[in-house]
Design a protein around this ligand. Structure first.
Ligand code: AMP
Ligand code: GLY
Length: 428
């Protein structure tokens, strides 16, 4: 079949790499993709959030399956528009995508489903938000309700910080319209886990564990980023925790979505904090994590297209996923300033060398994220530039392989973490 993949990041490069291996894939189109993906499919110059152009291209090209990588086109209703044209799409409809795109809605669903989560309140007025925050003494977390590229969450230590956070989001519009509504909630404490599940409307199939490292610096220090690396499996995700999350989170969520007539089909990515009072949900995302996806795709042995079709056709109960027992690690190579400066001030347009040599490293896949091509050269074009992903018998071995490949890659200002997976080593 002809498949169209939407997106242009490291996650989408990993998806393209895996989709291309499927016997079901005759031809792969990618919109807009990046230079790293050019060898895997035909790149279409259509932006990932240009819903009408994507639908038109899918119709014109006779595409039978569209795989949506990022959250924005889901929230804009790409899957709804494709289904009107009877084209299958992997990812939830606009209504389902609200679980990620609207944190106020997400909180409401959690409450309706009695899912354990932080106590929180939603505000649309600056005045009432400030009055509430001023009246509280405990540490709070202030969140822009809309999509803010993973950055709209401010974890505060005291009321002064919380007041500043409310002003930053609602008054100064630090995250634009995403901050028109905010959620203020109690600050929880504990280790975080991520749960990835294919969901077909009725059933959920939980994937092997994968964890990212959000902070820019080694030892989990410095500002939060979209993710500086990831590893799989994640020893913290035990069978007991998975069972508990399945019972207390996934099943009640699916029931509640059904009651609201939301038929969620696609990837559900749940962020959970393991607090002293049990697991509590921090957030839902409606797509694969980036860079967790890169680590997962290296370990997935089954046909990704087959499981995506089973998700769409509500046949997940018939599926068993096969995984490579080894450990994978994805190390993100980022541009100078990434994590510290606003995205538009991060240095870009720098020539990258050594990619071909690095690609020869055994058991390593180099997934492009923020790259572009210029005059026959590959240059940097974003904060996160490459995801060097390796697989090995142990985490240390996988990391060594990734580092051996990274040693051959160079671009001015390149920064990366040397300790991806250290949390997995600690829990052994
Ligand atoms: P979110 O996008 O809602 O997952 O938030 C991003 C990050 O902020 C999470 O990965 C947590 O590290 C942190 N966070 C979010 N909500 C809370 C909370 N209620 N208590 C403590 N930390 C939180
Ligand atoms: N790495 C976390 C995310 O994709 O949201």
């Amino acid at each position: 079949m002809k498949i169209l993949l939407v997106g242009s990041g490291g996650r989408e490069h990993a998806l393209a790499w895996k989709i291309k291996q499927s016997p079901l894939c005759d031809r792969l189109f990618i919109a807009p993709g990046n230079p790293g993906m050019a060898a895997l499919g035909d790149l279409l110059p259509i932006k990932a959030n240009d819903v009408p152009a994507l639908v038109q291209a899918a119709v014109d090209l006779g595409v039978e399956l569209v795989v949506v990588g990022p959250e924005d086109p889901l929230a804009l209703g790409l899957v709804d528009a494709l289904s009107e044209k009877k084209i299958k799409a992997f990812g939830p409809t606009r209504a389902g995508a609200q679980l990620e795109a609207d944190k106020a809605f997400s909180k409401k669903m959690m409450r309706d489903a009695s899912i354990p989560t932080a106590e929180g309140r939603t505000f649309t007025s600056l005045k009432s938000a400030l009055a509430f925050v001023e009246s509280r003494a405990e540490p709070l977390v202030v969140k822009a309700a809309g999509l803010a590229k993973g950055k709209g969450v401010i974890v505060c230590s005291d009321p002064v910080e919380a007041i500043d956070a409310v002003r930053l989001i609602m008054e100064k519009k630090a995250f634009g319209d995403a901050g028109n509504t905010i959620v203020v909630e109690e600050r929880l404490d504990g280790p975080e886990i991520s749960l990835f599940a294919f969901v077909d409307g009725s059933s959920a199939y939980i994937l092997e564990g994968a964890q990212d490292h959000k902070r820019i610096g080694d030892g989990d220090t410095g500002p939060n980023t979209g993710g500086m690396g990831a590893y799989s499996p994640a020893p913290i995700l035990t069978d007991t925790i998975i069972d508990k999350c399945q019972r207390e989170v996934i099943v009640p969520l699916l029931d509640t979505l059904k009651r609201h007539e939301i038929d969620f089909r696609g990837m559900l990515f749940t962020g959970v904090m393991l607090t002293a009072g049990g697991p509590k949900v921090l957030e839902f995302n409606t797509r694969f994590g980036d860079p967790e996806c890169q680590a997962l795709m290296l370990r997935l042995k089954s046909d990704l297209v087959e499981v995506m079709l089973a998700t769409i056709d509500q046949k997940l109960d018939d599926i068993t996923l096969e995984w490579d027992d080894r450990t994978s690690v994805c190390v993100v190579l980022a541009s100078e300033g990434y994590g510290w400066k606003p995205d538009d001030q991060v240095k870009k347009g720098v020539v990258i060398t050594g990619l071909d040599e690095a690609a020869k490293t055994a058991d390593v896949q180099i997934f492009h994220a923020g790259t572009a091509s210029k005059d026959g050269k590959i240059i940097t074009a974003g904060g996160r530039v490459l995801g060097v992903t390796a697989i090995g018998d142990t985490l240390e071995e996988a990391r060594e392989k990734a580092h051996a490949a990274i040693a051959k890659i160079h671009f001015d200002g390149m920064q990366y973490r040397k300790d991806i997976g250290h949390r997995a080593l600690r829990t052994k």
